[in-house]
Write a protein that binds this ligand. Structure first.
Ligand code: GTP
Ligand code: IMP
Ligand code: MG
Length: 340
């Protein structure tokens, strides 16, 4: 029986989608529960040459025996959700996805308020998905909950009860966080942050699981850092430098060009501490060290790459258990047996 929480180590887009897909496909948890803010997230999942961009559906959907749950803390946009049900038809997602009746609902009005806000959209660089206004209405206690929406009636389930019951029955539960540590409303680069805390404790609370029941916290970092939207970014490099390193990325939700920076060890240490990380997953190592592309054995990595990984491990004191060397699930070095 294991209850794991996966979190983003920096400003989101660390490659959580790939890590979650790999881990859920490999470990086959009984329940995969989505935590985090809401459909401002964009996770990329690539499987058998097919690419999916997800905003609400748990990225672990590829494990078709799992129940897919959305926790009470998460904001639900039913248009986004139903579109994903349609796109993921062949994985039977609509038949096994359930939403906590206490999840709050994003409406058209929230999206409009987000996009027309000088402060949120222009200054902070929000995703325009309505999450900030919906969370603000939630705090003001004027928002609608999933249980108030007739279209969602067939999908309601007490997620807190279901996940706790599963843990008590010795089943495996995997909690997917979204966004990243540096976007936390409490610990991030305020005011250039999202509308909620984005650390492991909050993700557990989003789903209704208490801290004593969490066994593993997997903190995901990319081998370099990206940030969309405005705000401080200490290790940022220029677009020209990024291009010379062949690093160029665009956001899944907004299509905006991502700012690029080098790995930030100070941020990594803080992020591991406040998340209570027990493992680190490192993605896109092949983009920094192209000679490592698609490597599946640690020993086959170049000495320079190994040094980079060992530095992270030594500085944070947390084992780097998962190393991603390409977009496909096969392009993964899994050191959990050796290191844990
Ligand atoms: P999260 O928001 O953290 O879930 O990250 P993401 O899934 O949004 O990451 P992003 O949208 O930046 O997607 C990254 C792209 O890189 C996707 O097409 C992934 O399939 C791919 N990818 C993930 N891991 C690796 C890797 O280790 N190497 C390479 N070359 N590509 C990767
Ligand atoms: P909001 O969450 O849409 O209000 O956006 C606030 C800030 O968080 C903006 O800088 C967004 O770009 C950023 N943000 C929110 N969610 C994500 C995410 O999943 N990945 C990357 N950045 C995000
Ligand atoms: Mg993303």
């Amino acid at each position: 029986m294991t209850c794991s929480v996966l979190v983003g180590g920096a400003w989101g887009d660390e490659g959580k989608g790939k890590c979650i897909t790999y881990l859920c496909n490999h470990d086959k948890p009984d329940i995969i529960a989505r935590a985090g803010v809401g459909p401002n997230a964009g996770h990329s999942v690539e499987i058998n040459g097919e690419k999916y961009g997800l905003r609400l559906t748990p990225s672990g959907f590829v494990h078709t025996d799992a129940k897919l749950l959305i926790g009470a803390g998460v904001l639900v946009d039913k248009e986004v959700l139903f579109k994903e049900f349609e796109n993921l038809k062949k994985y039977n997602v609509s038949e096994r996805t359930f939403i906590d009746p206490r999840s709050a609902i994003i409406t058209d009005q929230h999206r409009q308020r987000d996009k027309s806000s000088e402060h949120l959209y222009k200054k902070i660089g929000s995703t325009g998905s309505g999450c900030g206004p919906a969370n603000s209405d939630r705090v003001l206690r004027t928002v609608k909950l999933a249980k108030d929406i007739p279209d969602l009636e067939d999908y309601l389930l007490d997620v807190a009860f279901a996940t706790n019951e599963a843990i008590d029955n010795g089943e495996d539960v995997f909690i997917e966080g979204s966004q990243g540590f540096a976007l936390s409303l409490y610990y991030g680069t305020y005011p250039y942050v999202t509308s909620k805390d984005t650390t492991a404790s909050s993700f557990a609370a989003d789903v209704g699981i208490g801290p004593t029941k969490i066994d593993e916290v997997i903190n995901v970092f990319k081998a370099y850092i990206t940030r969309v939207g405005e705000g401080p970014f200490p290790t940022e490099i220029t677009q020209k430098e990024a291009e010379s390193m062949n690093l160029e990325e665009y956001g899944v939700v907004t299509g905006r060009r991502r700012r690029i920076g080098l790995f930030d060890m100070d941020l990594a240490k803080k992020s591991c501490m406040i998340n209570g990380a027990t493992q680190i997953a490192l993605t896109c190592i092949d983009k920094l060290y192209p000679d490592c592309a698609r490597t599946q054995n640690y020993n086959d990595l170049s000495p320079e790459t190994k040094q980079f990984i060992e530095n992270i491990q030594t500085s944070t004191g947390i084992p780097v258990t998962i190393i991603s060397t390409g977009p496909d699930l096969k392009d993964t070095i899994d050191l959990r047996k050796e290191l844990l």
